[in-house]
Design a protein around this ligand. Structure first.
Ligand code: ZN
Length: 146
């Protein structure tokens, strides 16, 4: 993971790449930027990039490496959902968390959250999310929160 010198956004990049372009349009020379976080797990990488960018928006410090591996995005989504009493509000939180962490989620992702929460069925959760217009289908089997 690197941080763009122009806009400051974190980005996951393969370590063997020489250059990469940021979403802000900046061409980044990999030999000239500091590698902030190194991992061979794509999930861990996505998580740390999401965290770094969330921290950036919130003006917080970049979390230390060992913290980044402590929780899966599914556990985080399940945890946030538990704080809501209203079942629909819970679903909305799960949809938003999964969308934020993974930029779109599939039924398998929802199953992992459902298994952490225990009693919910992922198919029912998705059906209710769609019914209440909390999510839309962004691609084949990929959903995003509205
Ligand atoms: Zn940039």
């Amino acid at each position: 993971m690197i941080v763009c010198p122009k806009c400051g956004m974190a980005k996951g990049v393969k370590a063997n790449k020489k250059t990469t372009s940021c979403q802000c349009g900046r061409e980044i020379d990999m030999s000239r930027v500091k590698i902030m976080f190194l991992t061979d797990s794509p999930m861990e990488l996505a998580e740390s990039v999401a965290r770094a960018n969330a921290a950036l928006r919130g003006g917080e410090q970049l979390p230390r490496e060992k913290k980044a591996r402590s929780r899966s995005p599914y556990a985080l989504a399940a945890e946030s959902a538990k704080s809501a009493k209203d079942p629909l509000e819970r679903l909305r939180i799960i949809a938003q968390e999964l969308t934020r962490l993974k930029s779109g989620f599939a039924i398998e992702d929802l199953r992992k959250v459902a298994s952490i929460l225990g009693k919910n069925s992922a198919d029912d959760m998705l059906a209710r999310m769609l019914e209440h217009n909390m999510v839309y289908e962004a691609g084949e089997g990929v959903y995003r929160s509205v």
